[in-house]
Every structure is written in C-alpha cells, then in structure tokens.
Design a protein around this ligand. Structure first.
Ligand SMILES: Nc1nc2c(ncn2[C@@H]2O[C@H](COP(=O)(O)OP(=O)(O)OP(=O)(O)O)[C@@H](O)[C@H]2O)c(=O)[nH]1
Ligand SMILES: [K+]
Ligand SMILES: [Mg+2]
Length: 441
C-alpha cells in the first residue's frame, strides 16, 4: 500500500524532559537508518549501547538501540527504537537529523497504530483498547482497556462471527442437498437453536454496555439538596481538599464545581451544586437552574439534607437513581428522622463516608464479579453489535420466509460483527468451511 512507502518517526515516550526518551522509527528505511546513525549493523531484538551520530559525524547522544525487523514488530514493518537521554535538545537534535534523511518524515497522530492495524497486527477493538490503556487513570479503566487491547473482547466477537459462518454453511448444505438422503432434515433445527443461544448471549453482553461506558468515562455523581445541608463539605471531604467554599451562609455555592475522584479504582466524576430553594436573588436563581440541570444529567444523585431539617426532594426529577443522605449525624444522634434516609453521615467526624463510597461503586462491583471486564465500551462497537443482534432477531422471527432469506440475515449479522473488529473477512472463511464440508461428498 502506498501509505507505508514512507518511513515514519516520532517521539513515542512522554513529555520532555524525562529520564529516558524513546524515538521510534518504522518503515522500509528503518534498519538502514539505525545502521547509518550508529555506524554498525545491529542484531535484531537485542538492546545494544551505541553512540548515535549525525551523518556528518557529530555525536548526538549515547543510548540503547533496538531493531525489530518486520513482521515481528508493533507496526509489522521494520522498526527501530532509539532510547535517548530525555533532554529536549537531545531529542530534537535526533528528530531533526531523522527529518533530514530522504524517505523519512514525522509520523502523524495514530500512524504507528494505523500501520499495525493495516498489517494485521491488531484489530480495531484491540487498537481502541490500546488508546484507552494509554489514557487509563484508574485501575478499573486499566483492566477494561486490557480486555480490549489484549484480544479478550475481540475473541468473543470473532467467535460469534465464526459460529454464524458455520451455521450458514449448514443451511447452504441443507439447501443444496435437500433432495438427498444423507443430510438429516434436523440440521436446520440445530442451527436455529444455536442462533437463539447466540442472540441471548449478545443481548446479555449488550445489556452491560452502559457499565462499560461508566467505567471508561466515569460515574457522574451530582450532590444536590437544600442550602446549608453540607453539600460542599461533603465534596471537600471526599476529595480530601478544600475545593469548595464552605460557610454557614445559606446559598454559598452558586457555580457547579467538579472534581474527579478515584474511588476503589473507579473513576467518579463528582459535582457540587447550589442549594435548592425558592429565591428572588438573581445570581442564586441561575445557580439553582444549573444545579437542576446537573442533577438531570447524573448517573447518581447524592441527595443531601441536614437530618430532620426539611426536604426539597420534590424539586428533583424522582426517576433519577439517588441516594438520600442525612448529614450532620454528629448533631442529631437520637433524632427519629434518621430513619428517613438511605444513609446518615457526618462530614465533620467522617461517619458513614466509607459506606457511601461502597454504595457508589456497589453496582459496578457486582458487574465486575459476573463478567470480568469483558464489556462493550465504545458507542461504535455497541452500534454494530446492536445491528448484528437485530439481524439475528430478523432471522429467527421470520420463520415463514425461505431458508435462503433467513441465511442472508445471518450473513448480515456476521458482517456487522466483522465491522466491530474491522475484520470483514467472513466470506473467505465461508469458502474454507464450505469446501471442507463438501469433501467426500
Ligand atoms: N455539625 C456539622 N456541621 C456540618 C456538617 N457538614 C457541614 N456542616 C456545616 O454546615 C454549614 C454549611 O455547610 P456547606 O458545606 O457550606 O453546605 P452547602 O450544602 O454546601 O450549602 P450551600 O452551598 O449554601 O447550599 C457549614 O457551617 C458547615 O461547617 C456536619 O456533618 N456536621
Ligand atoms: K453554606
Ligand atoms: Mg455549598
């Protein structure tokens, strides 16, 4: 492909300065570049310490050089890594040198990964997982990304696509040899039983899409409730930092405040909002409008009141998943109103805060035990999976139609699954299977 005629290079490690910086080169010229800059041939896949020189023999740096002849490299092409001292001037000196060599150019964003995909080193799901792995900030994001990037998720989708192909092969056989005695009539019964099973499995998988999204993008938690309930105090104590202004003046918070937390390895995106009440004060009115909007877009609302001091719960959209919290338990130990709440806490002495954290991530933890982290994550993946599932339902429910039509729905489902991984080579597989099927016939 014309695309890979260029040899590309880029700084692949993080921002400078750093202890070590890795400059990666990939493409047809890569091995020649390594030899030219080090003045030696370099043994494949072996770290060797070399003086790296410009073409007019100035020393650029001394560092490790590794070569990976294709296809045994990340991109599948000939590749080289230069491990330099991570100073800005050092790295830019090498990058300038590389840019000056004919046939070499700076890589575009994602170009190494794109080449890896095009050379069959990884499929789209694995590539998306790799991007997520690099972006992962919490333990659960990391685990989710690993299932994608190391092929766990892909193997499910390719397994499903293979099953569909096999089912179609059986249907084809039944159609072709319907008049003969040696293909049992029950073949298509077996096929539809399998397809029902597959459809159920896909449904169960799709039901977890929301959870995958929450782990990846964070659980949006909005603190709401009347003024002076201690909402900002709760935000501060959960964040372990004095982010929000806390005073005993009702109506202290106006703007929506936000902090990202790592709770039990999950990303929780926490928002503090203005206290809800009737008011003529224009700035406060605007704050309350924003507070209600934030609550509407939450995954979970932490509805906070001071125990027994009146409620504004009716102002909130009650279809929302919420945890009703009674705050200032330190002042209201024996108040019978404590029974009105899902949980009583004190932001002053810390009562109930661990329980609250457990409640927040409780649903996600349950999920995690059932299915590990093999979850659909991105809207792109979910879209194709839903389309595939719809095709299966069409094939199953239209049993008044001919086998050929129903088989076509199975083909379309397989095609959608192929789009998830970017490997739409189902047809080829069908050829193979079907030719095997006919041997000895
Ligand atoms: N005793 C006690 N006081 C608390 C507790 N939590 C908050 N407070 C106090 O309650 C008052 C109001 O706290 P804030 O955190 O500002 O309340 P808020 O809900 O954010 O108030 P607005 O932003 O005005 O809506 C402050 O004086 C806090 O010190 C608690 O658990 N116990
Ligand atoms: K306040
Ligand atoms: Mg506040």
């Amino acid at each position: 492909m014309a695309y890979s005629e260029d040899t590309i290079f880029a700084l692949s490690s993080g921002s400078l300065p750093s202890g070590v910086a890795v400059v990666r080169v990939s493409g047809p010229e890569a091995l020649r570049v390594a030899a030219a800059l080090t003045g030696t041939e370099i043994k494949a896949r072996t770290a060797v310490l070399r003086t790296i020189r410009s073409r007019n023999n100035e020393v650029i740096d001394k560092g490790l050089v590794l070569t990976f002849p294709g296809p045994h490299s990340f991109t599948g092409e000939n590749s080289v890594e230069f491990h330099l001292h991570g100073g800005r001037a050092v790295v830019y000196r090498l990058l300038d040198e590389l840019a000056a060599i004919t046939g070499l150019r700076q890589a575009e964003a994602g170009e190494f990964s794109r080449r890896a995909f095009e050379n069959g080193k990884a499929d789209l799901v694995e590539m998306e997982g790799l991007a997520d792995l690099i972006a992962a900030e919490t333990e659960m994001q990391r685990r989710l990304a690993m299932e994608q990037s190391f092929g766990g998720l892909s193997s499910i989708y390719t397994g499903w696509a293979d099953t569909l192909t096999r089912m179609r092969a059986l249907i084809e056989a039944e159609l072709d040899f319907a008049d003969e005695d040696d293909v049992p009539g029950s073949v298509s019964d077996q096929v539809w039983k399998k397809v029902v099973h597959l459809s159920d499995e896909m449904n169960a998988h799709l039901r977890q899409a929301g959870q995958g999204e929450i782990i990846r993008n964070g659980l949006k938690v909005v603190i709401s409730g009347p003024p002076n309930a201690g909402k900002s105090s709760l935000m501060n104590v959960l964040a372990g930092s004095d982010l929000a202004i806390v005073t005993d003046v009702a109506g202290t918070t106006r703007d929506v405040l936000h902090v990202d937390l790592d709770i039990g390895g999950y990303l929780v995106r926490l928002y503090d909002t203005a206290g809800l009440r009737e008011t003529d004060e224009r700035v406060e009115q605007e704050g309350i409008k924003r507070a209600l909007r934030a609550a509407q877009s939450a995954d979970i609302v932490l509805y906070v009141e001071e125990i027994g001091q009146g409620t504004v719960l009716s102002l909130l959209d009650d279809t929302k998943k919420s945890i009703r919290i009674g705050n200032k338990i330190d002042l209201h130990q024996d108040d019978p109103a404590t029974a009105d709440y899902d949980l009583c806490i004190s932001t002053v002495d810390g009562t109930g805060l661990d329980t609250l954290k457990q409640m927040l991530i409780g649903d996600l933890e349950v999920l995690n035990q059932h299915s590990g982290f093999v979850l659909p994550v991105r809207a792109r993946q979910v879209g194709h999976l839903r389309a595939a599932q719809t095709c299966l339902v069409e094939a199953l429910t239209n049993d008044h139609l001919g086998l050929d039509v129903r088989s076509e729905f199975l083909r379309m489902a397989g095609h959608e699954l192929g789009k998830v991984t970017g490997r739409v080579d189902v047809e080829q597989l069908l050829d193979v299977i079907f030719s095997e099927f006919c041997i000895g016939k």
